[in-house]
Design a protein around this ligand. Structure first.
Ligand code: ZN
Length: 630
């Protein structure tokens, strides 16, 4: 089973085990090692069962038999290990400490005078290999037991590897390779009549702390055991159990790592709780129970945090529109929040309009959609118009029920502007209400998440690009370029027009160009025109006789266009962009920067309907899509 799982590459599922569970697992095993070694440290016979309660009961029962010499040897070994680690960190502390303690026992004959227990004599021959008999146990029982062993061994192996990786900053392990290795190992072991093997964090840690760097350490380890069995078993026989208990303690203490729990506690109480649950279940029940409880707790926690819906509700009195922006996940876990919303809306009157903005909803399920539909219907039942906007297209199938479809058809708005046609007579619709809602929503969303950015921006601006574009409301430079506040320095005017340079000119465009290039040290200028530009369309009309400010401005744009042939609006708009690049080059400050090689000017053209940005290619004399750029 291990072999197959490794070959089919399913080992990586172990990576889904959350950090607090891995940490709780490691600490839990540390505690188990300590509990397990306690009777040995006290010089007592090991209890029949190594469960925490039986161990404590066992120690209480044999309290009068505690061997204080043995206990002192444990403390002595621990002190030596600790001292060596502190004052001679380059020496692997464990080996000299064990040899020193063994020497003391040997020379003072403590094994005879004080009954200090030594390691049991090792067998001096190897077991004979034999193929196991499958007929000995009924097949179903065999498979079930094998499956339990497989599960425990694999989980322990993969978790140990993950924990080991974290404790030692070792290179990433390959879980599939690990499982294949363990599977082959277990097949070999069973032929020699051994018990199943797993990776064990305690032994790996001892290995690493003793200076192991590569797989060679494990091979040498195996060879030494073989040598110990065949040749030096009388010497191994001199090691007191107390010295080995001390080694286990020193490793277990480092696995307990209380600081990790403390950090988790500081960063997230819930994750510290998951750690504690895993730890306690491992110590008081068993390993598998600890992992199960930990993963279930972590899963539930993720479910609840991910499902938390945050509402920002604005019900301002600047107009009679109740605007609600929903942020986060709207799922079956948000039913209580929806009920709260419904209660708030119950006071809405027929003179008001409700708008539910879903553009910030990141997750929606059928329960959430159905709750929204019910909410809308309950408003309509009281003759309160209720609209939905900002529904992402991927959530639309959730509304493919008769009631949902009805809402999408009649009560879905793309923009609040659509309301004007429908409700102008009943409800005065004000821009101020929309703006105030927007400002409050921005503040609620941004104040936490972008706090650092805004604190940084409060002190200085360091934009990378001067972005020159049309005043058209459909053009949002920071949206189109996914820029943050502080990234773009922007000049906007009707028709993204730059007046050609002239001495003593008083155009604001000239001032902004000078500021951008001399004060802000901007290295790139983008002139961005757009499709269906009203200013360019106006250039195609007859020249009006009335000399208004707008008409004079349009006349300037027109004068730089070539209108001898009949051209499309968009074709002229593109031509206009290229012309503005030429106008920019007339400015002395631009000429200086260009001569220094410290400035690049780009001509862009934005297609509103498909959202594609094009860039002027000077060599091909064409606008080419930026989306396809490598
Ligand atoms: Zn325009």
């Amino acid at each position: 089973m291990q072999l197959l799982r490794g070959i089919f590459g399913l080992g990586r599922f172990a990576r889904y085990i959350p950090l607090p569970v891995v940490a709780g697992f490691t600490a839990g095993i540390g505690a188990i090692i300590i509990i397990d070694q306690l009777p040995r440290a006290f010089g007592l016979e090991p209890p029949p069962e190594s469960h925490v309660f039986s161990v404590i009961q066992h120690i209480m029962e044999y309290m009068h038999e505690i061997n204080y010499v043995s206990l002192s040897l444990v403390l002595f070994t621990l002190v030596v290990i600790h001292a060596l680690k502190k004052w001679a960190p380059r020496i692997p502390a464990i080996l000299p400490a064990v040899v020193l303690t063994a020497a003391i026992v040997y020379f003072f004959k403590l094994d005879h005078t004080s009954q200090v227990a030594l390691i049991e004599p090792l067998p001096s021959t190897l077991p004979t290999p034999a193929f196991p008999k499958f007929s000995a146990i009924p097949l179903d029982e065999l498979l079930w037991n094998a499956f339990t062993v497989y599960l425990l061994a694999s989980v322990e192996t993969l978790l140990s590897s993950a924990a080991f990786e974290k404790l030692t900053n070792a290179a990433k392990h390959d879980p599939n390779q690990e499982l294949i290795g363990q599977g082959l190992g277990n097949i070999a072991v069973s032929i020699f009549g051994g018990i199943p093997v797993t990776s064990v964090i305690a032994r790996s840690m001892i290995n690493a702390r003793a200076g192991a760097k590569t797989r060679r350490a494990s091979i040498i380890h195996s060879l030494i055991i073989l040598l110990a069995v065949l040749a030096i078993s009388p010497l191994i026989n001199l090691i007191p159990i107390a010295a080995l208990a001390a080694v286990c303690f020193s490793i277990a203490f480092s696995m307990l790592n209380y600081r990790e729990f403390y950090w988790l506690w500081l960063t997230s109480r819930s994750e510290a709780g998951i750690y504690a649950i895993t730890f306690l279940a491992i110590v008081f029940v068993d390993l598998l129970a600890g992992i199960q409880v930990g993963i279930v707790a972590a899963g539930l926690w993720v479910l609840f945090t991910a499902a938390k819906t945050q509402f920002h509700i604005s019900s301002s009195t600047h107009d009679n529109i109740i605007r609600m922006s929903l942020t986060g996940s709207l799922t079956f876990l948000s039913n209580n929040e929806i009920a709260d919303l419904e209660a708030r809306l119950s006071s809405a009157t027929q003179n008001e309009i409700v708008i539910i903005d879903l553009s910030r909803v990141s997750n929606l399920d059928s329960s959430g959609a159905s709750a929204l539909i019910d909410l809308t219907k309950s408003c309509h039942a009281r003759s309160v118009p209720c609209y939905i906007k900002g529904l992402a297209r991927r959530f639309e199938p959730l509304f493919h029920t008769p009631a949902g479809q009805d809402i999408l058809n009649k009560y879905y708005i793309v923009s609040e502007s659509e309301l004007r046609e429908k409700h102008e007579a009943i409800v005065p619709i004000s821009s101020r209400g929309r703006l105030i809602h927007g400002v409050q929503h921005f503040y609620a969303e941004r104040k936490h998440d972008d706090k650092r950015l805004f604190e940084f921006l409060a002190k200085n601006q360091d934009p990378h690009t001067l972005f020159i574009t049309c005043s058209d409301s459909r053009i949002i430079p920071s949206h189109m370029t996914s820029s943050d506040p502080g990234d773009l320095f922007i000049i906007r005017n009707v028709g993204n027009y730059i007046p050609p340079f002239a001495q003593d000119m008083t155009f604001s465009e000239a001032a902004a160009i000078e500021f951008a290039l001399t004060q802000l040290q901007i290295t790139d200028i983008v002139v961005c025109g757009h499709a269906n530009c009203g200013a360019i369309r106006a250039c195609l009309n007859e020249e009006p006789s009335l000399q208004t400010e707008l008409n004079q401005w349009i006349a300037r744009i027109r004068s730089s266009l070539d209108l001898t042939n009949e051209k499309e609006v968009n074709q002229l708009a593109m031509e206009n962009v290229v012309n503005q690049v030429e106008h920019l080059k007339l400015y002395p400050v631009v000429q200086t920067k260009l001569a220094q090689g410290a400035l690049t000017i780009h001509a862009w053209f934005y297609h509103i309907d498909h959202g594609i940005m094009y860039e002027w290619n000077e060599s091909t004399k064409r606008f080419e899509s930026i989306i396809d750029l490598e």
